[in-house]
Ligand binder design. Structure first.
Ligand code: MBD
Ligand code: FE
Length: 282
C-alpha cells in the first residue's frame, strides 16, 4: 500500500483550513444590515426544520456532536465547498458572458510553477495514469486571442489524491501555470485524474454514511484562467462517460464542462481541445 492511502480527513482538513486562511481575505465589508438578514434567514431555516420535522433531543445532540467534530477535524472548507459553494458560484456568475465556471473546491494553491506553452505538469517519474493532453485557445468575448493569459491547472492523481493535501506527494505534483502563446493558444501535458472520494474517516464522511449517500466526485481537472483586464474564470473539466457525472456529491458538473478525449493515434495517451472565453472587466 502506498503512503498516499494513509491520507486522513484530519490531515487534509487541517491543510485545507490553513490554505483558506492563506488564500482568502475575509475582512470584508459585510454590513450589519446584511449580516442581520442572512444570519436570521439561515437560523430560521434550521428552526423551521426542527419544528416541521419535530426534531428530538437525541437528534439535536447528534447534530451538536457532529458540528464539534467538523471543527475539530478542520472539515469546514470541505463541508462548505461540497454542499454550499455551487449555489454561491451560480449566483456570482449568473450574468457573465464568459465560458462556464464552477466551484473552486478546497485544494487550490496559488503561484504554481509557470511554463510557456506547451507545458508538462510537474509529475513523478513513474506517475500512474493515462497521459492526457489538453489544448485550446483563450480569447476575449469579442474573439480576440489573449496572449500571455494564465491557465492555472491542478488535479488529483490516478488514485484521487491532491499534492499538498495528501501525504507523500511532491509539493507541486500535477499543479502548474501555462502561459498562452501569441495566438492565445495553450497546450498542457498531464495524466488523466481519477474520480475523487471525500475522506470517509472524518465528519463529512460520517454524515454521508449516516445519510446513506455516496462520497464521490467525478474525475475532474480544476482550472483558473485569467488575463489582464479580463474576469478570471474558476472552473472544472470532466470526462465523457466517466462515473458520477450525474450524481456529483458537490453538484458542480455542467454539460458545457464535459470533455470527450480521443486516443492519440500513436497510442501514447489521450488528447482533447477546450477553448476559454473571458469576459472583460466591468
Ligand atoms: C475536491 O477535489 C473538490 O473538487 C471539491 C469541490 C471538494 C472536495 C474535493
Ligand atoms: Fe477537486
Amino acid at each position: 500500500m502506498s503512503v498516499e492511502t494513509q491520507a486522513t480527513a484530519a490531515d487534509s482538513g487541517a491543510k485545507a483550513t490553513e490554505r483558506f486562511r492563506a488564500n482568502k481575505s475575509f475582512t470584508s465589508e459585510v454590513t450589519t444590515e446584511r449580516v442581520n438578514k442572512l444570519a436570521s434567514r439561515a437560523i430560521k431555516a434550521l428552526v423551521d426544520t426542527v419544528v416541521e420535522e419535530k426534531v428530538t433531543y437525541e437528534e439535536y445532540n447528534a447534530l451538536k456532536a457532529w458540528l464539534i467534530q467538523v471543527g475539530e477535524t478542520g472539515e469546514w472548507p470541505l463541508f462548505l465547498d461540497v454542499w454550499i459553494e455551487h449555489a454561491v458560484e451560480e449566483v456570482a456568475n449568473e450574468n457573465r458572458e464568459s465560458s462556464k465556471g464552477t466551484i473552486e473546491g478546497p485544494y487550490y494553491v496559488p503561484n504554481s510553477p509557470v511554463q510557456q506553452t506547451p507545458g508538462t505538469l510537474p509529475m513523478r517519474e513513474d506517475e500512474p495514469g493515462t497521459p492526457l493532453v489538453l489544448h485550446g485557445k483563450v480569447t476575449s468575448v469579442d474573439g480576440n486571442p489573449l496572449t500571455g493569459a494564465k491557465v492555472e491547472i491542478w488535479h488529483a492523481d490516478d488514485l484521487g489524491f491532491y499534492s499538498q493535501f495528501a501525504p507523500g506527494i511532491p509539493e507541486w505534483n500535477l499543479r502548474g501555470t501555462i502561459l498562452t502563446d501569441d495566438e492565445g493558444r495553450y497546450e498542457i501535458h498531464t495524466v488523466q485524474p481519477a474520480p475523487y472520494q471525500i475522506p470517509t474517516d472524518g465528519a463529512c464522511g460520517k454524515l454521508i454514511d449516516a445519510a446513506g449517500w455516496h462520497a464521490w466526485r467525478p474525475a475532474h481537472l480544476h482550472l483558473k484562467v485569467s488575463a489582464e483586464n479580463h474576469q478570471l474564470i474558476t472552473t472544472q473539466l470532466y470526462f465523457q462517460a466517466g462515473e458520477h457525472l450525474t450524481d456529483d456529491i458537490a453538484s458542480a458538473v455542467k454539460p458545457e464542462l464535459i470533455l470527450d478525449p480521443q486516443d492519440v493515434t500513436d497510442g501514447s495517451g489521450r488528447e482533447v481541445g477546450y477553448d476559454f472565453v473571458l469576459a472583460t472587466v466591468n
